[in-house]
Design a protein around this ligand. Sequence first.
Ligand code: OAD
Length: 266
Amino acid sequence: MDLLDTPCPRSVTIQLSMQTVQRQRISEELRGRFESAKSVLVLTGAGVSAESGVPTFRGGGNTAVWKGMPFDVISSARMIERDLPAVREWFDYRRNLLQPLKPNPAHREIARWEKRFQQFTVVTQNIDGLHQKAGSTGVIELHGNIWRARCVDCDARYEILAGESCSEQCVSCGNWLRPDVVLFGEMLPRGAFELAAESAHECELCIVVGTSGIVYPAASLPEIAKTAGAYLCEVNPERTALSEHCDEVLTGKAGAILQMFTSAPD
Ligand code: OAD
């Protein structure tokens, strides 16, 4: 091939940077809806915490092995019956890893949005508590919270402070305590999904951030919102199972993209 036939690298660069700019622009439509909406729902997944250093599940996280047990075995309902101390120890280990991690710009932006809208709901699949650390209130936690323990019998809940381990026994009834998180093969906490579904049904704008959208019932919330007439927007560096159902897909990391909603249009 003659040198002149090879594509000019500069134009490729220009093309690439144009694509980047195009991908990351928030449309006038979305901006307008964000500014006028009275009711907004944000659904988050592991990706919103990725920039804080929390590993996501797909693409790294769930392939981990702890003391010879795959992630999805040690994090399963069956292990509660088989070896509860091992489950407690595994979540103590994970809590220690999470302890120094801080909310990132995406968590902080979402927390700021709370004041903008008459009705604003954050629904998360994450158990790390970083939305609350950033200042969000009333967060609906579909999969529980690693900073809480729960009695296997009377359902009493206890906060686990940084640096502490999950206690063994419930002070009210003396039964065993377990991490207050949803394990593989378990149901969601009572009422959490119903509350989230109600908000999804009522919202005008639904923003889905950092989830692969394949774990149900969380993944049905955007569908509920869209069917009820909400404008559906996704923020993710990759396409997901939800992308094709969205009115707008913003391709990129949550930290940078979410801040664009409130910054001046370029
Ligand atoms: P996944 O690990 O399935 O997906 C994480 C998503 O985040 C992917 O689509 C990534 O492309 C995206 N992502 C990565 N970095 C990002 C960034 N900086 N900004 C925005 N997005 C980014 O996590 P989830 O969808 O949350 O359940 O997984 C759902 C559930 O599966 C988890 O809650 C967990 C797991 O089984 C339980 O443990 C019960």
